[in-house]
Design a protein around this ligand. Structure first.
Ligand code: SF4
Length: 219
């Protein structure tokens, strides 16, 4: 896995891939990015900031219809607005309006607490824990699963299995997880797409899917 990380690091610069922001901003971004691209999320985050709504308390009291209109460019705006507002209200009521309290303490407990919130599944919960809390949870997103499968490293669509595999392969280091996740997603979005561009791929000499003889994994 270290070699995969090194190879991808030689191919791409992903510094600043997930923009720095407050814990709450990262939580909102993690919900907004469900089933869409980060580009459309950024527009919504900017709009929320312009309205002074990038604050848990302000978000909790923002009328739902108004929030829906702001969220609309990110798609699924009714669901996403409800999820964001619901999470804001939960943090106000249960964590004294401090989103950091939802990230502290026992990691498994915090993950369960996030998963208990409407519309927050494993990928979103892990994105919040990793990017907002800097907790070492590898996000076993579909892009990651596809790349592992094609490279011949692990063939599984089971989120938990892929996450456990990655965490067993890597040192428990959140910054390392952020970096490798960013590299893998970037590679899967730009080159190893659903129709892969193998001729342009910097991993093609090591990829089982590409039919190249020789070593086929990076473990
Ligand atoms: S060689 Fe093709 S299938 Fe393999 S990682 Fe590169 S783009 Fe993906």
């Amino acid at each position: 896995m270290e070699e995969l990380s090194d190879r991808l690091s030689e191919c791409y610069d992903v510094s600043g891939w997930w923009p720095a922001g407050s814990e709450w901003e990262v939580m909102v971004g993690a919900i907004l990015v469900q089933q869409t691209t980060w580009e459309s999320v950024e527009k919504v985050l900017d709009s929320l900031k312009e309205r002074g709504a990038m604050d848990v308390g302000a978000m909790a009291s923002l009328p739902l219809e108004e929030l829906q209109e702001v969220v609309r460019p990110a798609g699924f705006y009714r669901q996403k607005a409800s999820r964001i507002k619901g999470l804001a209200i939960y943090i106000v009521q249960e964590h004294a309006s401090d989103p950091r309290r939802l990230l502290e303490g026992d990691e498994d407990d915090r993950r369960e607490e996030l998963l208990a919130q409407p519309g927050i599944g494993e990928e979103t919960a892990d994105a919040i824990l990793l990017f907002a809390g800097r907790r070492p949870r590898f996000i076993a997103a579909a892009y990651v699963r596809r790349l592992l499968n094609r490279l011949g490293i692990l063939s599984s669509e089971d989120y938990g299995e892929v996450q456990r595999f990655m965490e067993a392969e890597l040192p428990r280091d959140a910054e390392l997880y952020v970096q490798l996740y960013a590299l893998m997603v970037h590679h899967a979005r730009t080159v190893c797409r659903s129709r892969p561009r193998c001729q342009a791929c910097c991993l093609r000499d090591r990829c089982r899917f590409n039919g190249i003889a020789g070593r086929t994994d990076f473990r």
